[in-house]
Design a protein around this ligand. Structure first.
Ligand code: CUA
Length: 386
C-alpha cells in the first residue's frame, strides 16, 4: 500500500513541472505551431487531427484500463494452482477486429473529405491573388492584380481568401505557414496552389519545409495578417514605391535588373501616379529628411557602386522578375532580414551587409568587402526604404 502512496506523492511533486512544460508549448513560446489554427484551411486539418486524437485517447484509456484491471484482478499468488488453459475466443476476436475497423472508417471519412476540401481551389473572383516564388534561400511574393512585389514578408487581409500560385526559381521548396495551412511543395516548371482565409490579424512565422540546401533551416518568412483597412493602406503605400527613392538622381539606374529584365520607369510611375491618394504617402515623408542625411546619400552611392543593385530591386511596383536577391523596396519596415532569420536591427543589417556568409553560409550574396563605415551608410539608406 505504502508503495502506491509513495508513487502518488512523487507524481504530485512533479505536477507543477508538468504544468510549466505544458504552458511552454503555448503559441507565445512556440509560435510556429499547427495546433492553433487561425484560418479556414488550417481548421480542416486541425479537425481531422482532433477527431483522430479523441478516438485514440478513447482506445488508449479502454485498452490500458482493461490491461491494468486484468493485471491487478488476476495477478497470481505463490500457491495458486495452474490456471485453466484456453486457445482463444472467437466472439471476442471478432469484436476487437470489427470495432477498430469501424473506428478507422470514422476517421477515414473526415480525412478523405479534408483532403478533397484542401486540394480544391476556390474561385479566384473574390480572392486576393498572390504568386509565391521560392529561391535559395528566400521567398518572393508578387501581387499580380495590385502590381506590387515584396520578399520574405507576405501581407494578407483578414477575412478574405488568399489564392496562392506557387513555383520556384531553383530547387524544390515547401511553403508552410503553420497557423494558416499545411505544407505545400513548390516545383520548377509546375504550379502548385494553396489558399486560406486568415481569421486573426498579427504577425506569424512561416518556414520552408522541404530540404533545399545548406540554409534550408533559415528559409523562413513572416505572414503579416492585417485588417482589410490596414492591408489597403499597405498596398497603397507599396504602390508608391515604384519609382526610385525621392532622393535618387534622375536616370533611374536603380530599377535595372542584372537579369536583363529592365522595366521602363515611366509606365510604372504613370500607373501609380493615377492612383488617388497614393502619391503623397511615399517614403517621401521620410526620404527628403533622410536625403539630407549624408549617410543616406553615401549609402545610395554605395548601393550602386558595390553592385547591390545587380541583384536587388528597390521597386515594389512592376519589379523585374528573375531577380537573384530579395526585393528591398520596403526592407526598412520588415521585422526580419535574411529570410526570417535575424531581427531587422541596424546592427544585424550592418553585419549582414559586411559579411553575409558569416551569418548564412552559402548564401548567394557574396562578401563585397564593405567597410564598417560604408555598412553604416548602407543601413541608413536601406532603413529609409520603408
Ligand atoms: Cu527552401 Cu528548404
Amino acid at each position: 500500500m505504502h508503495l502506491r502512496t509513495d508513487a502518488l506523492r512523487r507524481l504530485t511533486r512533479w505536477l507543477p513541472v508538468l504544468a510549466v512544460l505544458a504552458a511552454a508549448c503555448s503559441p507565445e513560446h512556440y509560435p510556429q505551431t499547427a495546433l492553433r489554427p487561425i484560418s479556414d484551411f488550417a481548421r480542416i486539418g486541425d479537425d481531422v487531427q482532433t477527431t483522430t486524437f479523441y478516438w485514440a485517447l478513447g482506445v488508449f484509456v479502454l485498452v490500458e484500463g482493461a490491461l491494468l484491471y486484468a493485471i491487478f484482478r488476476f495477478r497470481g499468488k505463490p500457491n495458486d494452482a495452474e490456471p485453466a488453459q484456453v486457445h482463444g475466443n472467437t466472439t471476442i476476436e471478432i469484436i476487437w477486429t470489427v470495432i477498430p475497423a469501424l473506428i478507422l472508417a470514422f476517421i477515414a471519412v473526415p480525412t478523405v473529405r479534408g483532403i478533397f476540401e484542401t486540394a480544391a481551389v476556390p474561385p479566384e473572383a473574390d480572392a486576393l491573388k498572390v504568386e509565391v516564388v521560392g529561391h535559395q534561400w528566400w521567398w518572393e511574393f508578387r501581387y499580380p492584380d495590385l502590381g506590387i512585389t515584396t520578399a520574405n514578408e507576405v501581407h494578407i487581409p483578414v477575412g478574405q481568401t488568399v489564392s496562392f500560385r506557387m513555383g520556384t526559381a531553383d530547387v524544390v521548396h515547401s511553403f508552410w505557414p503553420p497557423r494558416f495551412a499545411g505544407k505545400r511543395d513548390v516545383f520548377p516548371n509546375r504550379e502548385t496552389r494553396l489558399w486560406f482565409k486568415a481569421e486573426e490579424a498579427g504577425e506569424y512565422p512561416g518556414q520552408c519545409a522541404e530540404f533545399c540546401g545548406i540554409q534550408h533551416g533559415r528559409m523562413a518568412f513572416r505572414v503579416r495578417a492585417q485588417s482589410a483597412e490596414d492591408f489597403q493602406g499597405w498596398v497603397a503605400h507599396m504602390q508608391t514605391l515604384g519609382a526610385k527613392p525621392a532622393a535618387a538622381a534622375p536616370g533611374d539606374t536603380v530599377r535595372t535588373a542584372s537579369a536583363g529584365a529592365a522595366v521602363p520607369a515611366a509606365p510604372a510611375q504613370a500607373a501609380q501616379g493615377t492612383k488617388p491618394g497614393a502619391a503623397g504617402k511615399d517614403t517621401s515623408a521620410a526620404a527628403p529628411a533622410a536625403a539630407q542625411d549624408p549617410a543616406y546619400a553615401a549609402g545610395e552611392k554605395l548601393f550602386l557602386a558595390k553592385g547591390c543593385v545587380g541583384c536587388h530591386s528597390l521597386n515594389a511596383v512592376n519589379a523585374p522578375k528573375g531577380m537573384i536577391g530579395p526585393n528591398l523596396a520596403n526592407v526598412g519596415a520588415r521585422s526580419y532580414i535574411g529570410a526570417g532569420s535575424f531581427k531587422n536591427t541596424d546592427e544585424t543589417l550592418a553585419r549582414w551587409i559586411q559579411n553575409p556568409q558569416a551569418m548564412k553560409q552559402g548564401v548567394l550574396m557574396p562578401n563585397l568587402g564593405v567597410k564598417p563605415e560604408e555598412a553604416k551608410a548602407l543601413v541608413a539608406y536601406l532603413r529609409a526604404h520603408q
